[in-house]
Design a protein around this ligand. Sequence first.
Ligand code: CA
Length: 227
Amino acid sequence: MTRVLVVEDDPQLVRALIINLQARQYGVDAAPDGATALRLAAARQPDVVLLDLGLPDMDGVEVIEALRGWTRVPIMVLSARQASEEKVAALDAGADDYITKPFSMDELLARLRAAVRRTEDIALAPETTLVETDAFTIDLLAKTAVRDGHDVRLTPTEWHLLEILVTNPGRLITQKHLLQEVWGVTQGNKTNYLRVYMAQLRRKLETDPAHPRYLITEPGMGYRFEG
Ligand code: CA
């Protein structure tokens, strides 16, 4: 059974989540505050955490940081906060995904399944080096990319960027993280680098670069590879 830890102080939302998750055979624990969440996460070892940012005792970002000290469990943030800086702060602290309230239960459940699937994929296939889509195939070990039967030449920078995205399928990777990893810059004002290189990657790999299917922009936040 997949275990979900719901960290939320709104009792109505907690009730709705418990009903919907249990109806789909998830095991559910609920914590109304950050301290309870950290205790339950250690005691129950959930497979995924749904986390509200506005908690009565601590900020959700602190909960993420505390969890990331010892676990890679997928963390999906549920928050009414709209500002992209807040989302980016949660993602940079180690959250895997972010859903803005109000959300549809169907969307939440779909993203939850995706988050759980990602960890299962990693657990089942530690040796996987091939990333295949309908448009292109990436061999991470051989460092080759093939599209329509032809090798695609990528520069080392393009490759580095692509590698980070495709090894985190479905996960939103922040601009700051990519800039740090690929260019070693910490200031966030170099986002034009990212725009330029992402456009190049799309030209080389996407069937319709103007309407990318695989290399997705999350405006103001970062990028996501949809495998
Ligand atoms: Ca709240």
